[in-house]
Design a protein around this ligand. Structure first.
Ligand code: NDP
Length: 450
């Protein structure tokens, strides 16, 4: 049945949907132990419905730059599944954005959101707009133009977008301002808002902190290990990477790497987080090559000097590795290197950063592997906390949000680990996550009818 669904999907999706097909294939193969356990899954065509988005929205975004030149970008919103609650998922502004990439991210989001146990469905959106090198005013003008189209499809009880690559606090602020001007509604239609008007404390930290809370729990339960004093490697230099590094350092780990799309830093003394923030502060995005100017002992490797199938970050010996940049950034070669160097755990902060063959190898060799849909769910969880605070007109303090996040990440780990055990694939957190998430969504789809 699974092969038939995949073949049909390949036929109806073009080549640019590669990442989408990769994500669907991983999930469906994980579900093999469960699909025949309940006849209703076939009767209600749950798998076929689950891999087909409810809605793929595409629109033209027209905006004017600082030199009065007109530009056109593609804007998208993929509303994939709202069985568990309003559509929820980030917006990505990056030139690599296509329908295929967003379909993969929206599909993954259904499972991630289900794992949180919160009432939220799966969606994703964005644009092929490149924020790099744009002035603050150009970013604002683009965000306003984007929202002029998007506003008609979203709502606090309909679809609640948040940030992702290229979309942080600043962009969410501009998007919210335009939504409010058009609709005259001051409601929680976006999450990740600045704290000054409706944002939740800890939303910026949530994904990275959550990744580390998940890792801490997994290491404690599976290996009776802690992160204290351990060398860790992190890729990326954006929101998720920075807050993963911050929490790892707070727990006593020594983080020795970070990277951006042009290169990687190896600092054996431990990454200087204040300097990293200074280089990558919103809007600045200075090259990591500059890191060496203050830390001559650090090593900078230009990405273009590396073969396509290997990445400098994963060559560094470490106890645990945290890919936090983007999809498909940890290859089979990289996995081999990590294993040779004695890495015991790979914890995904980004969405689908590890290639399927690399995951298989890591699992075969006994490396603990946590998929992003489980370990990076802290971001969307705190987004839902923001929706709750907006709906009840409350403001929670930092410690309250932090405690709830920590507890939620522990619950996700438990849910995933127990499900894996129950279905005979102990320590396979990919299968555990997919099965646990699927059961919740499938039940809702059945109960809601067609
Ligand atoms: P940011 O835009 O803040 O940072 C992205 C980082 O990844 C930057 O350092 C960027 O480098 C680097 N990067 C982007 N594209 C590439 C590429 N093709 N090759 C190498 N490096 C690249 O994004 P986030 O930190 O928010 O997101 C990172 C990942 O985490 C994504 O997969 C996202 O979907 C996922 N995620 C994010 C959540 C959030 O709350 N923000 C929630 C859950 C998942 P450069 O600056 O040079 O482009």
């Amino acid at each position: 049945m699974i092969e038939k669904i995949l073949a049909n999907l390949e036929k109806s999706n073009c080549m640019s949907d590669d990442t989408f097909l990769q994500a669907v294939s991983e999930v469906l193969h994980s579900l093999e132990p469960i699909v025949n356990s309940d006849t209703r899954y076939e009767q209600f065509a749950i798998l076929e419905r689950l891999v087909t988005p409810d809605r793929v929205i595409q629109f033209k975004v027209q905006w004017v730059d600082d030199h009065n030149c007109v530009h056109i970008n593609n804007g998208y919103r993929i509303q994939f599944n709202n069985s568990l609650g309003p559509y929820k998922g980030g917006l990505r502004f990056h030139p690599s954005v296509t329908t295929g990439v967003l379909k993969f991210l929206a599909f993954e989001q259904i499972f991630k959101n289900s794992l949180t146990g919160l009432p939220i469905g799966g969606a994703k959106g964005g644009s092929d707009f490149d924020p790099k090198g744009k002035s603050d005013f150009e970013i604002m003008k683009f965000c306003r133009a984007y929202m002029r189209e998007l506003h008609q499809y979203i709502g606090a009880r309909v679809d609640v977008p948040a940030g992702d690559i290229g979309v942080g606090n600043r962009e969410i602020g501009y998007l919210f301002g335009e939504y409010k001007r058009i609709t005259r509604n001051y409601d929680g239609v976006l999450s990740g808002k600045p704290y000054a008007f409706g944002g939740s404390l800890m939303r910026p930290q949530a994904t990275g902190y959550g990744v580390v809370y998940f890792a801490r729990e997994m290491l404690k339960e599976e290996l009776q290990e802690s992160l204290d004093g351990k060398v860790c490697t992190v890729s990326g230099a954006g929101n998720v990477a920075i807050h993963t590094i911050e929490k790892l350092q707070q727990l006593g780990a020594i983080v020795v790497t970070c990277s951006d799309s042009e290169g990687a830093i190896y600092d054996p003394h431990g990454i200087d987080l204040a300097l990293l923030r200074h280089l990558k502060d919103e809007g600045k995005r200075i090259s990591l090559a500059e890191y060496k100017n203050s830390h001559a002992h650090a090593l900078y490797t230009q990405k273009s000097d590396y073969p396509k199938e290997a990445h400098a970050v994963w060559e560094i010996p470490c106890f645990a590795a945290f890919p936090c940049a983007t999809q498909n950034e940890l290859t089979l070669n990289d996995a081999q290197k990590l294993i040779e160097n004695g890495c015991v755990a790979v914890v995904e902060g980004a969405n689908m950063p590890t290639f399927p063959d690399a995951i298989e190898l890591l699992q075969r060799e006994g490396v603990l592997f946590s998929p992003g849909k489980a370990s990076n769910a802290g971001g969307v969880a705190v987004s839902e906390f923001e929706m709750s605070q907006n709906a009840s007109m409350e403001k929670w303090d930092f410690d309250k949000v932090d405690r709830k996040l920590d507890e939620l990440m522990r619950q996700i780990y438990k849910r995933v680990a127990l499900t894996a055990k129950e279905y005979g694939c102990e320590r396979n957190f990919v299968d555990g996550a997919n099965i646990a998430a699927f059961k919740r969504v499938a039940e809702a789809m059945i109960l809601e009818g067609v």
